[in-house]
Design a protein. Structure first.
Length: 132
């Protein structure tokens, strides 16, 4: 008999991607916290880029560089620090705890749930709309 956990029940009754997905908030968060390095249009050409050891990537071609599929899991984990990038001396983002607030579920490109925060859901949802 399969083991039923509280998480299994919650996932069954909670629609995936029912998270906030406020694109206006995601855009505002991007401009406030990300554009300095990634550029106002997310092309990786922000004014702080030259000061970084590793240049910020063009965020508009994340799906293209991932075989045509937006890499939700990698983007979430890069932002929330589970997949740290220390090119500027600290995990990305340097804003740290700002993004670690209330928890929300988001659906990975594989269909699996990802637990993250509502600001990250909004930011990642916005980034997904920018894909060329």
């Amino acid at each position: 008999m399969p083991r039923v956990t509280v998480l299994t029940i919650l996932l069954a009754i909670t629609p995936m991607c029912a998270a906030a997905q406020d694109l206006e908030r995601g855009e505002a968060l991007f401009h406030m916290h990300c554009a300095t390095c990634h550029g106002i249009e997310a092309h990786g050409d922000g004014p702080m880029g030259p000061a970084l050891v590793v240049q910020p990537p063009n965020l508009r071609d994340l799906a293209t560089r991932n075989g045509g599929k937006f890499p939700v899991t990698r983007v979430v984990m890069r932002i929330d620090g589970r997949d740290p990038l220390v090119s500027h001396g600290s995990p990305m983002p340097v804003y740290g705890s700002f993004f670690q607030v209330d928890e929300e579920m988001m659906q990975a490109e594989t269909g699996q749930p990802i637990l993250t925060s509502s600001p990250i859901v909004d930011l990642v949802s916005y980034l997904e709309t920018l894909q060329d």
